[in-house]
Design a protein around this ligand. Structure first.
Ligand SMILES: Nc1ncnc2c1ncn2[C@@H]1O[C@H](COP(=O)(O)OP(=O)(O)OP(=O)(O)O)[C@@H](O)[C@H]1O
Length: 293
């Protein structure tokens, strides 16, 4: 559906994004992660044409968005703070969206407004959570095929977060809608994303499907009689020691996980137990340090 090819973006002559390539398929939920300032927002804004590219192309269903601006109607961007619309009422926002998006579904919008018990009044009077929900509802009502969300759950309480994520999941499962979500909340992304794109130093560090990642990583807790982790595992390139408390080592195994577990077991540890693994574990390990959020 969306193909990004060798996208490069410079700001004030500094390369912020370099040679970014990835694609997003129909009905998929893609998480975009990386450290503060790595260029996530710049990338999202470049994808929808708010920023011009210096090099590369963004193709939506094979059509370059710079040459066919009408395909942008099928993509909607939800920025992380929508304070610019504070002066609008809900009704005025609806009129604005109707004028921009020819397929805007006004009836569905008001149904959703009702469902989430949002008031029909000036946006200025909305709390942060209400505003976040409102702009997601507006985006969904455009009937766009790709929704690009920048930090959609930033600063929201646990209940609103859950409401938003649940709602987005419902929408994806009911249609062939795709989502690209930038977030520092890896725990949330892990619950909904099927693919994760990680940016590092302005480049794509990795594009990993969550299923694949789960197959290739294992988190284990091990305790050995002699106390320490045997030397061959300390220097093993496929083992990362995540923590050590006394004799208890928590390790992350990459690659041939079964083979390494067998080798560990051969040392007859006092305890060897698999732990649930998080997206954060995987990517902290992939970056070789606490380099992720
Ligand atoms: N208008 C601008 N003028 C100058 N530099 C900018 C501008 N916009 C972005 N940058 C720079 O581009 C880089 C990427 O910024 P961007 O906001 O895309 O990062 P981000 O990954 O979204 O960060 P965060 O996670 O903190 O939201 C940063 O170094 C930032 O300082």
């Amino acid at each position: 559906m969306l193909n990004v090819q060798n996208l490069t973006k410079r700001i004030e002559n500094e390369p912020v994004l370099q040679n970014i390539s990835f694609s997003i398929g129909e009905g998929s939920i893609v998480g975009l992660i990386g450290r503060n300032g790595v260029g996530k927002t710049t990338l999202l804004r470049s994808l929808v044409g708010i920023l011009d590219l210096d090099e590369g192309e963004v193709l939506f269903e094979g059509k370059n968005i710079a040459l066919y601006p009408e395909v942008k109607m099928a993509m909607v961007y939800v920025p992380d703070s929508s304070s610019t619309f504070n002066g609008y009422s809900v009704k005025e926002l609806v009129a604005l969206y109707e004028s921009i998006y020819s397929d805007f579904d006004t009836e569905y919008f008001y149904q959703l407004l009702d469902r989430f018990t949002l008031p029909n009044r000036k946006v200025r009077t909305f709390s942060r959570g209400m505003k976040a929900l409102l702009f997601i509802i507006l985006a969904i009502s455009t009937r766009a095929r790709l929704i690009i969300l920048d930090e959609p759950t930033n600063g929201l309480d646990a209940i609103v977060k859950r409401q938003i994520l649940q709602f987005l999941l419902e929408e994806v499962s009911e249609s062939q809608l795709s989502l690209l979500i930038s977030s520092h909340h890896l725990d949330e992304l892990e619950k909904i994303a099927d693919t994760i794109i990680m940016l590092k130093e302005g480049k794509v560090e990795s594009v990993v499907s969550m299923d694949e990642a789960r197959l290739h990583y294992k988190k284990m807790q091990v305790v050995f009689k002699e106390g320490g982790l045997p030397q061959e595992f300390i220097s093993h390139s496929n083992i990362e020691v995540l923590s050590q408390i006394g004799r208890v080592h928590t390790i992350l195994i990459k690659g041939n996980t079964e083979g390494i577990v067998e080798q560990l077991t051969a040392y007859q540890p006092l305890l060897i137990e698999e732990l649930p693994m998080s997206l954060e574990d995987m990517f902290v390990s992939a970056l070789g340090g606490d380099d992720i959020v």
